[in-house]
Design a protein around this ligand. Structure first.
Ligand SMILES: [Zn+2]
Length: 134
């Protein structure tokens, strides 16, 4: 069966599977507490959300505010995948930091008008702190 919380498939009644699942489910829950309750642990859910959101992002007839919020969903889906690739541990940078860095490196991934709004929400992280006046 598939867990609705963490998206993991496991065999009910198989103690090894159930143990693995409990461990995974706990890790996902801890990640949701740290990074946000929206964290998408299920691959198919992520794919569905990305597909729907891209249609909005790429449609210039739709209001920009709506396109930007669809782009945020895509970023959250990618972020979730990235956290999952790290084994759902808590060492992953948070969404704001991760998205700022991602956008800095992937400027062409979103249409320019959407990108410009996203860059305000998720500014590129400063590697060097501004010098204090005085
Ligand atoms: Zn679960």
């Amino acid at each position: 069966m598939k867990c609705g919380l963490c998206g993991m498939f496991y065999c009910e009644g198989n103690s090894f599977d159930e143990r693995e699942h409990r461990r995974h489910c706990r890790q996902v829950e801890r990640c949701r507490k740290k990074y946000g309750s929206w964290l998408m642990a299920d691959y198919h859910e992520r794919e569905r959300i990305k597909q729907e959101s891209w249609q909005v992002v790429e449609n210039a007839d739709i209001d920009l505010v709506e396109r930007v919020s669809a782009a945020k969903m895509i970023l959250k889906a990618w972020f979730s995948r990235s956290v999952g690739e790290r084994g759902w541990n808590l060492t992953h940078p948070d969404l704001k930091k991760w998205a700022g860095l991602f956008l800095q490196n992937e400027r062409a991934v979103f249409p320019a008008e959407v990108f410009n709004q996203l860059a305000k929400i998720y500014p590129a992280p400063r590697s060097v702190k501004r010098k204090q006046a005085g």
